[in-house]
Design a protein around this ligand. Sequence first.
Ligand SMILES: [Zn+2]
Length: 223
Amino acid sequence: MSKITPLTFGMSKLHIIEDRGNIIVDTGCIEEKEKYEAAFAEIGIDPKTIELIILSHGHWDHYARANELKELTGAPVLCHKNALPAIQTGKNSPMSPRGEMGKRFLELIAHELNVQMEPVVPDIVIDSTYDLAPFGVAGKIIYTPGHSECSVSVLLDSGEAIVGDMIIDSPFTNIPCLSLIVSDEAKLRDSLRTLLKTTHTFYGGHSGPYTKEVVASLIEKTE
Ligand SMILES: [Zn+2]
């Protein structure tokens, strides 16, 4: 049975999935490799046992430290093909606000969006469902667009999923909401509906985890 451990680095999370093999999802956004080494040591993970680094999407706070993590672990980096324009240039995949809250949120983080990140060259580029069994993990990666057009989620056979930024705690109210930044809001809701068929626990890239009941109610909310 797989075990998920979220580790927070700066404003975002890295998730470690331990199964017969170990993989990680996203990188967090810190500067120093030593902090990764210390955090992995604290939970008893040898970085060299990590066999894959999955990038949930091409926003800087999710892929920023991929090069350091690749060096530390020796693992290949995987992303969706639609993430290439962002991560290969160190930029962000396009962001549009969802509603008034989304506009306020984009204003709030505007100063961070033009940061030039170190470009990342992925080793594995996917454009369809990807089985994680070869990495010793019972689960798969599925394409879940809507927050961005390059978003993927890691769906485990246990019924847990790591879903990037599809759901967040609102920076204004601190209560769960659908992402305030979208590429396509209808696709975001559809992607969550797809995940809900098999998922009972949703791990977010900044917050959570969230129950399926919470996610189901957010999908139906219109604001
Ligand atoms: Zn994002």
